[in-house]
Each structure stands twice: as structure tokens, then as C-alpha cells.
Write a protein that binds this ligand. Structure first.
Ligand SMILES: [Zn+2]
Length: 134
């Protein structure tokens, strides 16, 4: 009986460590400014966060470009972990969003990009590409 109690105590301890994994990123104004300095090429895009009037606010994500065939729009995907409390384990899930791809950045398929939330640019587009990561 004593041994059984020990095993249950171990199971309870697991989800406490698991909670740390899910990150929440907050936009830092300084982070966005450093990105602006790097871009020297000018563009005539109204929705560009550097050359246009589009303001960046909200959440920042990093992901891979999986589709770049639309005009000035890319699809970005990144993996995330979803905690199932019944099994006390993580399930692999994917997030997929459309992001505005300005002329001065022009990210291509397969690139790793950093995207930031902005005002809705179309029905399904609420993000803009900040930079291409290497
Ligand atoms: Zn631009």
C-alpha cells in the first residue's frame, strides 16, 4: 500500500513542470525599431510596417513560410504543444496564419520569418512580416 502512494505522488508532480513550456510573447517597441534600421530598400507598399502607414501591435511569432504564391501574402506555419489534462501529455499541433509580405522583404517559400500582429488587412490577414530569419 505504501508503494502505491509513492507512484501517485509522482504523477501529480508532472503537469507542474509542463506548464512552463507554453510561451506568451509580448511586443517590445525596441525590438521593432531595430528591424526598421536593417531595411534600407524602399517600397511603395501602404501596408508595409516600415514604409507604409501600417502600425504593428499585439503578438509576435516565428514560423516557416509554407506558401508564397499569393500577391503580397504568405502563409506561415509553426508547431505548438497542446496539453491534454486527461493523459498528462502534450499533443503536437500547428498554427497557420496568413501574413502580409511587403516588397522590401519579399519572403520566399521555405524561409523562416518573424511576423507581428497588426490591424486586419483583409478578411483573413492580420499579420505582417517583420524580417527573414537565417
Ligand atoms: Zn517596405
Amino acid at each position: 500500500m505504501v508503494e502505491k502512494k509513492k507512484t501517485t505522488a509522482k504523477k501529480v508532480a508532472k503537469p507542474v513542470t509542463a506548464k512552463k513550456v507554453t510561451p506568451k510573447k509580448v511586443v517590445k517597441a525596441a525590438e521593432v525599431k531595430t528591424v526598421e534600421k536593417k531595411l534600407a530598400v524602399s517600397c511603395s507598399d501602404i501596408n508595409c510596417h516600415v514604409h507604409g502607414s501600417n502600425k504593428v501591435r499585439g503578438r509576435i511569432f516565428e514560423g516557416k513560410v509554407i506558401r508564397a504564391k499569393m500577391a503580397k501574402t504568405i502563409t506561415v506555419e509553426w508547431p505548438r504543444q497542446y496539453f491534454l489534462s486527461k493523459y498528462e501529455r502534450f499533443q503536437k499541433r500547428r498554427s497557420r496564419v496568413k501574413a502580409h509580405n511587403p516588397q522590401c522583404i519579399s519572403a520566399k517559400e521555405g524561409d523562416m520569418v518573424r511576423i507581428a500582429e497588426c490591424r486586419p488587412l483583409s478578411k483573413s490577414k492580420n499579420f505582417v512580416v517583420l524580417e527573414v530569419l537565417k
